[in-house]
Design a protein around this ligand. Sequence first.
Ligand code: GLY
Length: 327
Amino acid sequence: MTNRQTAIPTIVASENGRRGARAAMELLINGGSALDAAELACRVVEDDPAEHTVGYGGIPNALGEVELDASIMDGRTLQAGAVAAVRGYGNPITLARRVMERSPHVLLVGRGAERFAAEMGQSRADQQTEEAMQRWLTRFDERGLSPDAPIPLRELAARLTGPINLHDRNEDAIPGQPMGVKPLDMLGTVNFLVLDSRGALASAVSTSGIGWKYPGRVGDSPLIGAGNYCDNHYGAVACTGMGELAIRAATARSLILYLRQGLSLHDAGRKALADLARLDPGPGQYMNIVALTPRGEHAGFTTVPGKRYLYMTAEMEEPALAERVAE
Ligand code: GLY
């Protein structure tokens, strides 16, 4: 390893990444690698019981089970690891890294991922908090449903996750959304893109997926190329929002390919947004993107105006927020 300083350490994250970004920047300033910093940042958010859409305390699925997804990618080697629909184990980002480093695979899901966690010596840990279960139950009440409703689970999950029409309640309409439709409030994910002092990039994404989802539903976060991609030559990209959109548009890899074609970061991001617009997202569905280049240039993009992202360089005391481009 060389100590040659080629870049100003930089972290880009979704808005919920503040605590993780601080911890990761300390590591970077002390010479830590982008990969270690990205994993650490995610772990901090995964362990935070106040964060309701990632790791411990994430919103359960329609059956009341917390299922976690995560992925990590090393921009130096294009190696990647991911896990999906993991129950009963914490820190899925670390499990994703183990898949990358200790198996010949990229993605393990469900029972297999849990078995692998046990083989890697991870102790079982219930990821449900009382608060998360209360939120789970409250949703049933809000929708006039009960967990024992005698209807097919697919219908129950659809009614729990469907957008709320706010016409009747006269609540605030959201700019860029059809009048009266509130963006889905159970979508949450954390993104970290990290550039270290040696010029290496890494990306990490973690989520409990859509709250009240059909069991086994997997979004973009653990899918390399959809919700996460990282290549030292061009940049790192990660997504939050309705994962089905980023899967259909292969958003993270597409934006990287637009950079590879020579587009500026802003033009590449706008092209990725145009790809998403072609999907004709349903009411309340949205997608957010963050991107970081090897030169430390960063930007955020969104299909819904008014969204922000977080960034921090080694020259800053605290992370700062920036507006995402929305066209
Ligand atoms: N973006 C997270 C998910 O759709 O699961």
